[in-house]
Design a protein around this ligand. Structure first.
Ligand code: ZN
Ligand code: ZN
Length: 428
């Protein structure tokens, strides 16, 4: 049996073809949807200077405090590098470094790839996990918030998750004008209820009081349910912005629920935050979310530049699709299998296969000298709709036998018409 050093590290999984094809399918769905909204792809390094995440995400967060994969490289002196635990910090760093939002222009970017967090592995949560996300930089208006939220909802719809199994939650986290006062209020509230809150929440009063709303401890949850709400403490500008976001969503007919306790874990969020939850996933039911981060660019030393975005987790979408009983449509490995009756026609069969492939048909052929019966089994396993049988008679008459594996019927087709006939039958 395999010893431990030939197994994938704890908290990681090999994305084998059956799953990897679904991941590629979701990326295609995303690309198609994102392009309708004006987003362009961007690829940033998988690791960054550690400081990018410490400054961007915030020292008091679980991610920076406990979950980052940080290492020293071999430089002299060695530099501290970190595997990216999320996408936004890297994208904002890249946008600043390359001036993508210079002169007040906006940038709409999307990414897809692995993220890394040292967490306790559980269903739908791995230490290397896969995310797709968007970032809209340079746009301050509430219509941008509504557009980004609409894109999230419509992306999920396009993946096949039924409307009635999703809930969209929204909230406003205020800004530098109103949030400091509110944070102080929550810190005071935590102190006043310290005896009934968990120790962690007690510490949060000093570091990141709003995180107490996220505490998984049921006792904390019920105490925090009575805490003052930021919704009631927003400054005029934040209240106006939040009202406008809701009005735009109403306008688009996108249903949402206001959740004043939705604060999302990262320090960089300002104003609008949102989350989509899917039913059938238990307590860990968030499948995607994001928000506005108008101060993040400044934290890297850039000019004040508004921004907002969201990320969705591949593993969680898979769970949501499974819970909804949705099969992701993936093309079969082979649409056509070209079987040869005898080895002597291998060259002809090879040529027919090549011609089908060049015509855009996924065609497969045997390379293992299998019997005709075994070749039919392979065709079945690969999901081929048609098997083209090539033998000496076929070559002599210029006609091959085409078996429709679904209908169980057979027909003779002129070799020179084979490509178009197959395409008509497959796509017709
Ligand atoms: Zn707590
Ligand atoms: Zn405000």
């Amino acid at each position: 049996m395999a010893s431990s050093n030939v197994q994938a590290p704890k908290g990681t999984v090999d994305m084998l073809p059956a799953t990897a094809r679904v991941w590629e399918h979701l990326q295609r769905v995303a690309q198609k949807m994102f392009s309708l909204y004006g987003y362009e792809p961007v690829y940033t390094p998988i690791f960054e200077h550690t400081d990018v995440f410490v400054r961007g995400i915030g020292e008091a967060t679980d991610i920076v405090g406990k979950e980052m994969y940080t290492f020293l490289d071999k430089g002299n002196p060695p530099r501290s590098l970190t595997l990216r635990p999320e996408g936004t910090a890297s994208i904002v760093r890249a946008a600043l470094e390359h001036g993508l939002t210079a002169n007040g222009q906006g940038a709409k970017l999307y990414y897809a790839g692995p993220m890394f967090r040292y967490e306790r592995p559980q269903a739908g949560r791995q230490r290397q996990f896969w995310q797709i996300g968007v970032e809209a930089l340079g746009m301050a208006e509430a219509s941008a918030d509504a557009e980004v939220i609409a894109l999230l909802v419509r992306f999920f719809e396009a993946t096949g998750i039924p409307h009635d199994r999703m809930r969209l939650l929204i909230n406003s986290m205020g800004d530098d004008v109103c949030r400091p006062d509110y944070r102080a209020k929550i810190a005071a509230y935590i102190h006043a209820h310290a005896s009934v809150l968990c120790e962690e929440c007690g510490r949060r009063a000093e570091t990141n009081p709003l995180r107490a709303f996220d505490c998984k401890n049921p006792g904390c949850h019920s105490v925090m349910a009575s805490a003052p709400l930021l919704r009631d403490e927003l400054c005029d500008e934040c209240a106006t912005h939040y009202g406008a976001v809701k009005a735009y969503l109403d306008h688009l007919g996108i249903a949402y629920e206001e959740d004043p306790s939705l604060v999302r874990g990262l320090d960089y969020y300002t104003r609008t935050v949102f989350e989509v939850q899917a039913s059938g996933l238990g307590a860990q039911n968030a499948i995607g979310g994001g928000g506005r981060y108008d101060r993040l660019m400044e934290q890297y030393g850039g000019a004040p530049t508004p921004g907002l975005g969201w990320a969705v987790g591949f593993e969680r979408i898979l769970l949501a699709l499974k819970a909804a009983g949705i099969e992701v449509p993936v093309r079969p490995v082979a649409e056509v299998f070209v079987a040869r009756a005898v080895p002597e026609v291998a060259g002809d069969a090879f040529l027919i296969t090549d011609s089908l492939r060049r015509a855009g048909v996924a065609a497969e052929i045997d390379h293992q000298a299998r019997s005709l019966k075994s070749q039919f089994k392979s065709a079945d396993r690969l999901g081929a709709r048609f098997v083209v049988v090539v033998g000496p008679d076929e070559i002599a008459t210029g006609q091959v036998t085409v078996r429709d594996m679904t209908a169980g019927t057979e027909s003779r087709v002129e070799i020179r018409d084979l490509d178009t006939t197959i395409i008509d039958r497959l796509r017709g």
